[in-house]
Write a protein that binds this ligand. Structure first.
Ligand code: ZN
Length: 377
């Protein structure tokens, strides 16, 4: 295993606070949103096998033990203690937590306390807009309150995230919409909006992106596989080419998340545009024993200073564990191979591993100068 500094998980979510049965646990092993097909189980996936390989020993069981035994042990320890043991094994020193998922999930400070790590918040734009819409009576009020909310969030968050790709698709018109257009679309959305209705209007999604770009904080865009309600043909990051061209030179970095199966396209954009970065997120946990190949494919074109580690873990601390373990193992084996072949020097391999694991995220998010946002040792 290659030596790594404390990892920066540059995109993840909180973990569930409640005790879990087999069914709920299994549902988090996939992003399908639907139950497993009759006669099958989501434990029989690369993610399921990776969880059974890495997690049982952390709770005092044999690797690959049956899922029911694992879940029984997890309940015996309790959700808090199991979470602590799992998260503290990851080598993650800093979590950047996207707080935009609904459900009974831990807040950044709780995740930090459980994991003995630091945490900072990434604010999800669509959820912020929906919360603003809940309390704004008119289109003008909404537009003004939204500007204030984004500006306010930028004071404490380290970045913004967007799921525009899941809500509409990434083929959005590249330029910022005009104020009249924004007001009209806001009026239409507010008047037809059910309670807690989701934002899918492409003009308002673009307005959100540009409002975030104006803050100068890094903007994370979900791409590739993700929400069950998205269409995978609309989340190819290449569809963002005009948007990244339009935002070049403005001083705001764009981070393409989770790109798989378009991780090569994300790497390509990171190569071409100085302000574009890429991560693999849950792609490593999803592809398990093939993670090394996926990581190698991302490293074909992504400049080494442009690739960031993340787990994309959500709901189960097991996903943070396998994301970190698979990353560590895949990177170690890949770089050892390149060093053995003489194509990389040992010194360069160690330096680049440190950049992808933590250094690049420290630089992009300016983490060095920040207070550690609730370290809980
Ligand atoms: Zn996410």
């Amino acid at each position: 295993m290659i030596e790594l500094p404390p990892l920066v998980d540059q995109h993840c979510h909180g973990v569930l606070r409640t005790e879990l049965g087999l069914g709920t646990f299994e549902a988090y092993l996939t992003q399908s949103g639907a139950p497993a097909a009759p006669g099958t189980t989501f434990f029989d996936t690369q993610t399921g096998f990776a969880v059974r390989r890495w997690c049982p020993p952390l709770l005092g069981l044999e690797p690959h033990c049956p899922p029911a035994s694992y879940l029984a042990r997890r309940r015996e320890l309790g959700v808090l203690e199991a979470g602590r043991r799992l998260l503290r094994s990851t080598g993650i020193g800093t979590y950047l937590v996207d707080t935009g998922l609904l459900g009974d999930l831990t807040e950044p400070a709780e995740l930090a306390a459980a994991g003995g790590a630091a945490a900072h918040e990434i604010v999800r734009l669509e959820l912020l807009a929906e919360q603003v819409a809940d309390t704004s009576g008119t289109a003008d009020g909404f537009v003004a309150n939204l500007a204030e909310a984004v500006h306010g969030a930028a004071q404490s968050a380290v970045g913004f995230s967007s799921v525009a790709g899941c809500r509409h698709g990434l083929a959005l018109a590249p330029e910022p919409p005009g104020p009249g257009e924004v007001r009209r679309c806001a009026g239409r959305w507010l008047s037809g909006r059910p309670v807690a209705g989701r934002l899918t209007d492409p003009v308002l999604l673009r307005h959100l992106l540009w409002t975030a770009v104006a803050t100068g904080l890094p903007l994370q865009l979900h791409a590739g596989v993700g929400d069950p309600d998205m269409r995978i043909d609309r989340t190819d990051p290449m569809l963002l080419t005009d948007f990244v061209r339009a935002t070049a030179g403005l001083g705001t970095d764009v981070v393409l998340l989770h790109g798989y199966p378009y991780h090569r396209q994300a790497a390509c954009l990171a190569d071409v545009f100085p302000h574009v970065y890429a991560d693999l997120g849950p792609a490593l946990a999803r592809t398990g024993s093939r993670a090394r190949t996926v990581l190698a494919e991302a490293l074909e074109l992504a400049p080494f200073g442009k690739l960031l580690f993340s787990t994309g873990g959500q709901g189960l601390p097991e996903l943070h564990v396998v994301g970190a373990r698979l990353f560590h193992e895949a990177l170690g084996r890949l770089l050892a191979e390149w060093v053995a072949e003489g194509v990389w020097s040992r010194t360069d391999a160690a330096r680049i591993a440190g950049l992808i694991a933590a250094g690049n995220a420290h630089r992009v998010y300016g983490l060095e100068g920040r207070s550690d946002g609730g370290r809980g040792r």
